[in-house]
Design a protein around this ligand. Structure first.
Ligand SMILES: [Zn+2]
Length: 640
């Protein structure tokens, strides 16, 4: 028995066929494929030498390097990346060098939607950077726009930050500062650096240079009002004497400046809407351009880190704090993270949810963080992915499969392995009684390599269940799984089995296979997973990409026309081996990693050998377990 386990530990997954094979067999196969690939490459190079460079898809530098490393490096363990690499080099290292003080940062989401992958990077950058240097981070809800906010998002946002492993130093609200912001606006007016304007959108557009900035820029008459007039008008705005759009406060910046963010931006608007925190106390609300930098200043933010879409805003950010003579944080911008093949906008997501195309905002096919969480992606895998990409001033457009590859790498050494059968087919082992009692009791390690994972025991039974796809009623050359007269290894079992016969029902569906142990033959080429009789039945959901194209929004007729009709496959009769109960009770996996906040069912994670990584879904009840596929075991294995 010990022998068998030792041998099994040496089995490796053939990523191309999904088979468990011996090291030697895999080596042979890899060599054969490498030779074939080399020949094909040589042929291709010969045929298309001059064109090949331009045929390459434009990809981010990080992306390109991973594509190159592809198949060649797969067999070797990849060097471990320093988990703090993103802080020690590149953008964040130089930001720190520019202002080498203990950082106080902030993560300032608008509470008007669920956070997604792009936010995960912002969270990792802001919270991680401060933590790396022993500083602190505010979670500041940027709730200056009463029209967009919804209560549900406040808790959801805080939850997901804690789930990612970060703790805000304090939770604050831009609206906490409404009075201070108002006072500073009056101060700005007093300095002659703001005026109340009554121009409409068309007039403002003309002042800003008209269509494509073709005409000269100019200021309106309101810019010449004296301080007293501006102050009175601003107070009238505050007191509700103006209707929306009839008056707004503008900063008097620099219309000669080539930067449009300096062309007398709006600072305050009349908006007769109740705010969820300040109720109907205010009839005017500050704009992002006015409030953001002042809130940063009030919270003594040292490094205000945001994405490059705010590069142009930096000048007005600095202008305002400096004009007011208040503490000046340093704004710096990094490239945002986007994922192709999916959609992130709140409006589009809402269409998917309302139209029942998905199971909700946390459907495992979406890329909101609550969806990734439900799908079973560990928070550590998301952070490790962000770290892998690094932080630079260029944006990264990442394909889903690159993300999945990173998740797979993370899970490979951190979660236990179990045997799962998606579509069970009974196999009756006719000479089962020939086994020693000691051979019936199997002790199986949870990890083939790491003894720390421990092991579990279960009994082999006369009837076992294999996956329907691992049996064929007619054998063929190059097929190495079970077929009449053919032998296949059963993972963890004492002997391989050889199929002797099978039965079919009236519809031609195979209902049972009969087999015997093959005790004398040579070692089988491949091994398959199986489960004993009496195993737990559960529902397994396999999700493939929700969209067919890399850019669903650009598809004719909109992204709904790009929906993959087969993005969810449900197996209702799947069976899992008894080791599942222990894996479930020992969660969270990865072990020892504390998932902050609620430790949900999705932290029950494991590798189903030869199939994929799975996690328990939140639809699970006392009577019924539901699993989600986290990621396949290999790239592009569309179907299992
Ligand atoms: Zn005006």
């Amino acid at each position: 028995m010990a022998d068998a386990t030792a041998q099994l530990a040496k089995l490796q997954l053939d990523e191309e066929t999904g088979e468990m094979v011996s090291k030697n067999e895999l080596k042979k196969r890899m060599q054969k494929r490498a030779k074939k690939a080399a020949t094909a490459r040589a042929k291709e190079a010969k045929e298309s030498a001059p064109a090949s460079a331009s045929a390459q898809k434009p990809e981010s530098p990080a992306n390109a390097s991973s594509a190159q490393s592809g198949a060649a490096s797969k067999a070797e363990p990849e060097p471990q990346l320093d988990p703090d690499a993103m802080f020690k080099q590149g953008f964040l290292a130089s930001v720190y060098q520019e202002r080498p003080v203990v950082p106080i940062t902030r993560f300032p989401p608008e509470p008007n939607g669920y956070l997604h992958m792009g936010h995960a990077k912002a969270i990792a950058v802001n919270f991680g950077f401060a933590r790396h240097y022993g500083g602190k981070t505010y979670l500041r809800f940027d709730d200056t726009n009463p029209e967009a906010e919804e209560e549900q998002y406040f808790t959801a946002i805080e939850d997901i930050i804690r789930w990612l492993g970060f703790t805000p130093y304090a939770v604050t609200y831009s609206s906490d500062n409404f009075q201070k912001l108002y006072d500073l606006a009056e101060k700005l007016i007093g300095l002659g650096k703001a005026y109340v304007c009554h121009c409409n959108d068309t007039e403002i557009k003309l002042q800003r240079g008209g269509e494509r900035g073709s005409s000269p820029r100019y200021r309106c008459e309101h810019a010449n009002q004296d301080v007293e007039t501006n102050l009175q008008k601003f107070r009238d705005m505050r007191d509700g004497k103006y209707e929306p759009q009839k008056a707004f406060l503008r900063m008097k910046q620099d219309i000669e400046n080539p930067n449009p963010q300096m062309w007398d931006l709006a600072a305050y608007r009349v908006l007769k809407k109740a705010h969820h925190r300040t109720k109907d106390q205010w009839k005017i609300y500050p704009t992002y351009d006015f409030a953001h930098c002042i809130c940063d200043s009030i919270e003594s933010i040292t490094h205000s880190l945001c994405t490059t879409e705010f590069v142009m805003s930096r000048e007005s950010y600095e202008w305002l704090n400096s004009a007011l003579g208040i503490y000046e944080p340093m704004q710096r911008e990094y490239g945002r993270l986007s994922v192709t093949g999916t959609i992130m906008s709140k409006r589009s997501l809402k269409k998917l949810v309302d139209g029942n195309y998905v199971r909700g905002w946390d459907d495992p096919r979406l890329y909101t963080l609550i969806a990734l969480r439900r799908r079973g992606i560990p928070p550590g895998a998301i952070l490790s992915f962000v770290n892998e990409l690094g932080v630079t001033t260029t944006g990264a457009i990442i394909q889903i499969k690159r993300f999945e590859q990173s998740v797979r790498r993370y899970l490979e050494t951190t979660v236990p392995r179990l045997m799962l059968v998606l579509d069970p087919l009974p196999v009756v082992i006719e000479d089962f009684e020939s086994l020693d009692p000691s051979q019936v009791e199997l002790t199986v390690p949870f990890s083939p390599k790491n003894p720390d994972f421990g092991s579990h025991s279960f009994r082999m039974t006369k009837t076992v269940f294999i996956d329907r796809s691992d049996f064929r009623d007619t054998d063929s050359k190059g097929y190495f799984r079970l077929a009449p007269g053919k032998t296949v290894g059963l993972l963890q079992a004492p002997y391989p089995i050889k199929a002797t016969s099978f039965t079919k029902d009236a519809d031609g569906k195979i209902t049972e296979v009969r087999a015997v142990f093959d005790k004398e033959g040579k070692r089988p080429k491949t091994y398959i997973q199986w489960v004993p009789d009496g195993s737990r039945k559960l529902e397994v959901r396999i999700h493939d990409p929700l969209f067919k194209s890399e850019d669903p929004s650009s598809v004719e007729g909109g992204f709904l026309n790009d929906i993959n009709p087969d993005s969810e496959t449900v197996y209702t009769e799947a069976l899992i081996e008894p080791g599942f109960e222990e894996v479930r009770s020992r969660a969270p996996w990865p072990e020892g990693v504390e998932e902050k906040g609620k430790c949900g069912v999705e932290s029950v994670r494991f590798q189903a050998m030869r199939i994929a990584y799975f996690a328990v879904d939140s639809d699970t009840t006392d009577d019924k377990v539901v699993l989600n596929r986290i990621v396949p075991l290999k790239e592009d294995s569309g179907k299992v």
